[in-house]
Design a protein around this ligand. Sequence first.
Ligand code: WQD
Length: 343
Amino acid sequence: MAEKRRVLLTGGTGYIGSHSAVSFVEAGYDVALLDNFSNSSPRVLDRLEQILGQRLKVYEVDVCDEPRLREALASFSPQAVVHFAGLKAVGESVKEPQRYYENNVAGTLSLLRAMAAEKVQDLVFSSSATVYGDPASVPITEAFPRSATNPYGRSKLMVEDMLMDLCVSDPGWNIALLRYFNPVGAHNSGLIGEDPTGIPNNLMPFVTQVAVGRRAKLSVFGGDYPTHDGTGVRDYIHVTDLAEGHVSALASLDRTPDGAPLVVNLGTGKGYSVLETLRAFEKASGCSVPFEIAPRRPGDVAECYADPSRARDLIGWEAKLGLDRMCEDAWRWQANNPDGYTS
Ligand code: WQD
């Protein structure tokens, strides 16, 4: 029997990482995880075992620890790395920019040095639609100009530029930059899902925490945007669709034009407003979610949704799951785990 291709997921016990672990195993890969558990629970490993029927190998390593990274790469000897590990809270990044550059930029440099030393040059990088800043129009294509309005977004933009330069310097690197829109939802088992620490920054986990009784009501940040109902419009994508996008991207790394990175939006191409999303959630969960219209959140844009055609044409991927399924799966996870992984 042919040996399975091995892939190492940094940040593999996080929200996107754990869902991607399921998709890679189901696609026939031998998967190992690398995480420092600074923003995730080791309980994810038990839940993944329940879903997959196998215990995944995990290396408890910080991506800034180059020697330990090298040891993990030498031990597992993956053909590829998917790099999820990083800090991702916009507001927090404004307060603690150094921690964000240390983790997201220096951590990636440390990973690249370790990969080069161990002769691993296939890499999928977790980027974000935040690199588009405040887009001049929608839908957004990969050719849109990039800009950053906060240290988190700047760290993603800097890493993208680093990886583009690396590909020019050494065509031996095969790299994909995946620009996520708004990941929501959970694996349909209800065993793994989004479990933010403290008060959720993002809409969906806040909504599910109101529905499960952990929070009193949702503040809708802004009711006066130039959108059809005045509230912010975003491209919500089911985390399982997002995970599948990583499998498709890894399988297409050799299709990068003239060795440049494969740059792809991972979105559905549909935008939903906050109020539309709220109504879809109430319908899917049967819960009512009290809310109030509050002032706009600094840094928010009115509308942001993808033109997903390049993903379809270049890596043969497109999102399959709609907003109703995102809400159903998000609710199943939260209802089964009112306090996340600690419960
Ligand atoms: C969505 C909509 C809010 C919370 C951010 C990052 C992005 C990516 C995804 C990492 C907006 C509104 C939200 C709330 C609300 N993260 N909202 N009340 O801001 O589009 O993107 O998360 O990669 O990089 O920028 O996502 O879920 O925070 O907000 O009204 O309590 O919900 O104003 O319109 P966002 P979000």
